[in-house]
Design a protein around this ligand. Structure first.
Ligand code: GCU
Length: 451
């Protein structure tokens, strides 16, 4: 089973690299190493990083997947400020504690979004009518050109696909996915539309359109490449004029989330889209990006966070599945600020001032749905229980803001949906995808998005 996940991860990684860069894989690895070492030099770290565990359960150094081997840990309290003040009012959360947590995430983990990011100009380059299952849809392809007058050597054009029910008369809610668009922009793959063809849940687009809602896909790699070699290009490289990042600069997750902010700017100008009812969705590294988007852009109304694991919704202090040493290695450090590397070398995880529950807490009071697949199919690299517990630990913040978090601390059995509150959780019976949770997500969204 585990090898299925490894194969999927291998495939996504290779696809991502192939889509992100025109240079060869060898050069990508080489330039990544150069950038990684440059960052370590800036941090004054001369020793190699501590190695992370292996994702292959048969390796001698396999990641822990045994609950009895989880070592007790202490989490930072989202409702106690740095100077020890207890946060007892909504006002203290918004004015004191939330800004502190934002600052800690920006400095130590995801990096700081620069002040001087150039403007984006959106153009609709193509429009066509199509079908999502049986439902007529109008799809538009947009390009968001980033002004590069200050550094023409780097060109960044954000790719965005928007699909809305055909002949829509009034503004509709929509869910944006971090993902890929099939090229060339032509008819989408046929979706099952009959009782006989459909042996599984209809695909996500069809499910959204069936509610008279829309969908969008933001092509992450058009904003920022998914490797360290790309950090001197993309939006990060454009703002830095082709130079390496400094230690607090944003990483790819924050850059992708910035792309989603620009997409939201566009939605706000479109009369057919209800910008107050926009969701953000992603799986795996894109699930991490979706959570970062929700945390930092309060205009996003709902989050659907799929199998985001370490660096996303799962508690980093819990030794289960992927660990901080994996995230801060040369294959994943580019998702984060340079400073994050310290926690896999000179510092330890307990030195990190934040953990995943506080990222979820930054979304409060807005609803987030945390999704994971079955460990039998998806494996244990994504720590479903660690994500559930992060939701539990974020709940007091939701409660302070008059909302409901997760109802209890018992990990639910597979398939049971905890959807009574603003933090929802469901472990579906499938693999590394939000797919089998879409219908549950949509029915929960209706609590917030009924006309
Ligand atoms: C790797 C990585 C994960 C990530 C996943 C993916 O497995 O370790 O953190 O979520 O790739 O994005 O597919």
């Amino acid at each position: 089973m585990r090898s299925l996940l490894s194969f999927f991860i291998f495939l996504t990684t290779i696809t991502t690299i192939a889509q992100n860069t025109t240079i060869s894989k060898d050069s990508t690895v080489k330039y990544t190493e150069i950038d990684f070492l440059n960052m370590k030099e800036q941090l004054g770290i001369t020793l190699p990083n501590r190695p992370g565990p292996s994702g292959n359960p048969s390796d001698p150094n396999a990641a822990n997947s045994d609950e009895t081997k989880v070592v007790p840990y202490t989490l930072p309290n989202p409702l106690v400020s740095i100077n020890g003040t207890k946060i007892l009012t909504e006002e203290a959360w918004w004015n004191l504690r939330r800004p502190e947590i934002v600052e800690q995430f920006e400095t130590e983990m995801y990096g700081r979004k620069p002040q001087n990011i150039p403007d984006v100009t959106w153009t609709v380059v193509s429009e066509k009518d199509t079908l999502a299952g049986p439902y007529p849809v109008t799809e538009r392809l947009l390009m968001g050109k980033v002004d590069n007058a200050d550094y023409p050597q780097i060109d960044v054009t954000i790719e965005l696909l928007i699909g809305l029910p055909k002949d829509l008369k009034q503004a509709t809610p929509l869910v944006t996915r971090f993902g890929f668009i099939d090229w060339p922009f032509g008819p989408p793959p046929a979706e099952p539309n009959s009782y006989f063809m459909s042996s599984y849940e209809p695909l996500w687009k069809q499910q959204l359109i069936s509610q008279n809602w829309g969908y969008a896909i933001l092509v992450t790699s058009s904003v920022q490449a998914d490797n360290g070699a790309g950090l001197t290009s993309g939006i990060i490289g454009l703002v830095n004029k082709g130079k390496h990042r400094s230690t607090e600069d944003w990483g790819a997750l924050r850059a992708w989330a910035w792309g989603a902010e620009k997409v939201m700017d566009y939605f706000e100008t479109d009369a057919l889209i209800d910008a107050n009812r926009i969701g953000i969705e992603g799986t795996s590294r894109y699930g991490k990006a979706a959570l970062v988007t929700m945390a930092f852009d309060t205009r996003y109304a709902l989050g659907f966070i799929g199998s985001s694991g370490a660096g996303g919704a799962s508690l980093l202090r819990r030794n289960f599945g992927e660990m901080i040493e994996n995230l801060a290695s040369s294959s994943e450090y580019h998702w984060f600020s340079g400073n994050f590397i310290k926690y896999a070398s000179t510092l330890k995880i307990d030195d990190l001032p934040v953990d995943a529950h506080e990222l979820i807490a930054l979304c409060a009071p807005r609803p987030v749905f945390i999704s994971v697949g079955s460990p039998l199919i998806e494996g244990n690299w994504v720590d479903g229980k660690g994500m559930f517990l992060a939701g539990v630990e974020a709940s007091p913040v939701y409660e302070l803001l008059g909302k409901n978090g997760l109802p209890n601390t018992t990990y639910p059995t597979m398939g049971s949906a905890l959807t009574d509150g603003e933090i929802a959780f469901r472990q579906h019976a499938g693999g590394h995808s939000t797919g089998p949770n879409w219908s549950t997500f949509i029915s929960w969204s209706h609590t917030y998005w009924n006309d």
